[in-house]
Design a protein around this ligand. Structure first.
Ligand code: AKG
Length: 306
């Protein structure tokens, strides 16, 4: 992307400013809605992760095109990260905060029913968009996604959060992202680790506890894992412990997650540099995330009574 602003290295490559084109005002009425069944909402609330088969089937080809740009010229976009140790097979790529830089992502965030799905799952009156995060594991990859919760990487705190993880390829459960059922209710926070080497994300004096090694102790946990088809969506809480096995990925496995904040979410400061970092956010702990950077895209309407 010509003229893009290169900033300091983040992840393991140079990054660009994610809001270099400005954050437009988005008309709430232009964002579509869909009704989510109570049973799905209950399962999300109780288990911390729920599968919604085929929910975003109509978005697969657009999201694949967007991700292809991200993969082909990673340095034109925000926070590209390669997480395969030198000499190891495959490619494990991720990149986030590109919704204003990749039109296909922008279109999904603002023209799909994702905001309404997120709001209902969180039992929130509003859905505020946080960022998107894209992943690709190429065939031959044997790198596990370390077991982690997303919340400790983030500069937010609260109980009403959800990621909508959309599979873009056929993905057998053995190599798909998997979730520890109910872990969002453990009231524990695990120290963030790097996807490259599972080492602490940033060394700090004050450590949170390490995440348990779920792969080595599978019998101790109730694990949710599904065979995924393109367009399937897994909704999960920012506190839900998730990761993968180190099983070899036999076919390309791509996914895009959108991350959403509900009513009770506020800005917080962590001992680490957060991921994503949002320098100059200008907020005090406890304040609502600023809506000019993180737009509200859905509001619950009172039921019409006549
Ligand atoms: O796809 C993966 O392996 C990781 C996904 C993940 O960690 C996330 O969406 O938060």
């Amino acid at each position: 992307m010509d003229g893009s602003v290169k900033t300091e290295t983040s992840g393991n490559q140079k990054t660009v400013d994610w809001k270099q084109n400005g954050v437009p005002d988005i008309d709430l009425l232009s964002v579509p809605s869909v009704n989510i069944e109570d049973d799905i909402i209950d399962r999300f609330q109780n288990d911390g992760a729920v599968l919604m088969p085929g929910l975003f089937e109509n978005w697969v080809s657009q999201l694949r095109s967007g991700l292809q740009k991200n993969l082909e010229t990673p340095n034109d976009y925000a926070f590209p990260c390669e997480s395969i140790p030198e000499g190891a097979p495959g490619r494990f790529f991720d990149s986030y905060c590109n919704w204003l830089l990749i039109p296909e992502y922008y279109s999904h965030v603002t023209k799909s029913c994702a905001a309404s799905v997120a709001g209902q799952l969180m039992r929130s009156t509003e859905s505020q968009f946080f960022h998107e995060h894209a992943f690709c594991k190429e065939p031959g990859t044997q790198a596990a996604t370390p077991w982690h919760q997303d919340m400790p990487y983030y500069c937010v705190d609260g109980k009403q959060t959800v990621s909508l993880y959309i599979a873009l390829d056929e993905t057998p459960a053995e190599v798909a992202v998997r979730f520890v059922k109910g872990s969002h209710r453990w009231d524990r926070l695990f120290h963030p680790v790097s996807f490259l080497d599972s080492e602490d994300f940033e060394s700090i004096e004050e450590h949170l506890e390490a995440a348990p090694d779920v792969n080595e102790n599978q019998e101790d946990y109730e694990i949710l894992a599904w065979n995924l088809h393109p367009g399937d969506c897994i909704a999960f809480d920012f506190l839900t412990l998730h990761g993968t096995t180190a099983g070899e990925v036999k076919a390309r496995r791509r996914a895009v997650s959108t991350r959403w904040l509900g009513d009770d979410v506020t800005y917080c400061e962590r001992a680490i540099k957060t991921s994503p970092p949002f320098p100059n956010i200008g907020l005090e702990p406890g304040e609502r995330m600023r809506t000019d950077w993180f737009p509200v895209l859905w509001q619950r309407r009172s039921p019409v009574v006549c």
